[in-house]
Design a protein around this ligand. Sequence first.
Ligand SMILES: Nc1ncnc2c1ncn2[C@@H]1O[C@H](COP(=O)(O)OP(=O)(O)OP(=O)(O)O)[C@@H](O)[C@H]1O
Ligand SMILES: [Mg+2]
Length: 610
Amino acid sequence: MVNRPQVKLANRQSDWHLYARLMTYVAPYWYIFLFSILGYVVYSLGNVLLADMMQFLLDALSPSENVKPGFVARAAHAVYSPGDMGAQEYARIAVPLTAVALAFMRAMGFFVGTYFMNHIARNLVHALRCELFDKMLVAPSSYYDGHSSGVLISKITYNVEQVTGAATKALKIIVREGLTIVALLSYMIYLNWRLCLVFFVVAPLIAFVVTIVGKHFRRYSRRIQDSMGEVTQVSSESIGAYKEVRIFGGQAHQQSLFHNASVYNRSQSLKLAFAEAVSTPVIQTLLSSALAVLIYFAMAPDVMEGFSAGLLVAFLTAAAQLGKPVRQLSSIQSVLQRGLAAAEDIFAQLDYDDEDDSGTVQVDRARGEISISKLSFAYAGNTEAALKNISLTISPGQTVALVGRSGSGKSTLVNLLARFYAPSSGSISLDGIELQDYQLSNLRSQFSIVSQNVSLFHDTVLHNIAYGQMAGASEAAVRKAAESAYALEFIENLPQGFETVLGEDGAGLSGGQRQRLAIARAILKDAPVLILDEATSALDNESEYRIQQALENIMLGRTTLVIAHRLSTVEHADSIVVMDNGEIVATGSHAQLLEQGGLYSQLYHQEFTD
Ligand SMILES: Nc1ncnc2c1ncn2[C@@H]1O[C@H](COP(=O)(O)OP(=O)(O)OP(=O)(O)O)[C@@H](O)[C@H]1O
Ligand SMILES: [Mg+2]
C-alpha cells in the first residue's frame, strides 16, 4: 500500500528513552502526580482491607484462638472497644460500618487519583500538540517537501489523539491497578509468603507474554498510524481537487487509493485486536492456574493449622481480587502501545531541525541592494541543479524583470532570496551582508512577496490584507493598499466589504481577485524589496495595466523584482534578466535584448504573433 515517499523516522528511540522523554512532560506537575499516586495508594489499600475485612467477619462467626485478628478487626477494636459484647454482636455493627468506611476511602482515593492523573495527561497532550504545531511554524522547507500535508495533519490530529488515549486511560490504569497488585501481593506475602511462591513461577510467564504481545501491538500501531496519514492525505486531496476528480474521471482512482489505505488500516487494526483478544485470556488462564495451585497448597492440612477460616478466606479473597487488575493491565496494553508508537513519531517530528536561524544581523530598513554571486542550487533529491552559477547585482530602487521559460528557475531564485532554501554554492547578499548573517525574521521583514500561488486565509478581507505583522494597520492604510492593488472596487461590492469572511484559501473569489488581495497585502507591508512572481498573471489586460500604473508609485524608492511571462508588462523595467534552464542567458534593457535577437526576442515575437 503506502508507496508514497515517507520520511524515514530517525533511529527509533529505545523504550526507556521514550518513557524518560514523556516523563519530562510530567515533571512540571510532579506534586500533582504525587497527589494522584497518593489517591491510588489509598484506593488500593482499600482493596486489601476489604479482603482483610473478610477475616474479621469470618473470625467473628467461628472464633479461632491461635490466629491473631486482622488489620480491620484491630482498627475497629482500637476505635471502639467491644467491652463485654459478644464477637458476633460486635461484628454485626462493626463490619457494615467498616464496609461503608472502606467504600468511602476507596471512592475518595479513586477520585483524587483519577482526577489528578487526568489533569496531568491533559497537560501532557496539550503540550505535545502545541509543540508539534509550533514545530511546523519553524520547520524548514525540506520538511514540507518531504511530507504531504495530509500526513502532517494526521500527525496533529490522529497521533496526538493516540497519545491522549494512552496518557489518560493507560496511565491511570497502570498506576491504579499496578498499585493494587502490589498491595494485594504484599498482603498475601504478609499472611503467608510461602504460598505466594507460586506467583514467582507464573510471573515471568506473564511478563513474557506481555512483552511479546507488546512488541506486536507497537508494530501494528505504527502501521495503523501510517495508514491514517494516508487516509487523511487521500481525503484532503480528493476534497481539494473535487472538480478535477470529476472532470477527469478520477473517482475510481481516488476510491482505490482510499480503499487501499482503509483496507490496510482495517487489516492492521484486526491484527491488533487479535493480539489483544488472545493475550488477555492467556494471561487470565495463567493467573487462574496459579490461583488453582495456590488453593491446593493453601488447603494442605499443615498450612490450615496456622490459618483460621477467616484468614484463609481473606487470603483467597485477596488472591481472587488479583484477577481484575491483571486483566485490566493486559487489556490496556494495546492503548498504551498505540500511544507509545504515536509519541515516538511525534518526537521524531520534534527532533527535526528548525529552519537555520543563526544569523544575528538586524537592520531597520534595508536599502535594498541585492547582490548574487556564482549562485548554484539544487533541490534535495534532484540531480539537476535548478540554478546554475547565477551572478546578478540589483541596485537599491531598481526594478529588475526576470523572464524565461517555465521551469527556468525564476521562482526558485525568489525562494532563495527569502531564505526558504540555502544556496548549494555561491552567495546572496542584501546591502552587502550575506543573507544567512541576518536574523531570519529581520531578513524576511525586508521582503514583500506576492508569490505565484497566492495563499489566503479563512478570515475577513481586512485581516487577509493586514495579515501577521501588519495586523492593527489603520483602516485608511488598508484601503489605500487595496486601492493601489486595484482591489477596492470589488471589495466594496462584497456582501460585507472588508469584513467579508473568505472561504478556505480565499474560496469565493476569482483568480484575479485573489491576486489583487495578495498584491494589496504586499503593498501594505511596505518593505524595501518588493517581489512580484507572476502577480498579475490572472488579470485582464486592463486591470493589469491599471495595477501597473499604481505600482509605478510604489516601486519608487524600493527595489523591485518582477517575474512575468507576459513580456509586454516588463518592457519598462530598468533591466531585464533572461533565464533559461537555471542560468542567466542575457541581461539588458528591452531594446538591447531585442537587438541581440536571442531567447528574449524569440519569446517576445512569439507573444505578439500569438
Ligand atoms: N520544491 C521543489 N522540489 C524539487 N524541485 C523543484 C521544487 N520546486 C521547483 N522545482 C524544480 O526546479 C526547477 C525550477 O522551478 P521554478 O519554480 O523555479 O521555475 P520557474 O522559472 O518559476 O517556472 P514558472 O515560470 O513555470 O513558474 C523546475 O525544474 C522544477 O521542477
Ligand atoms: Mg515560477
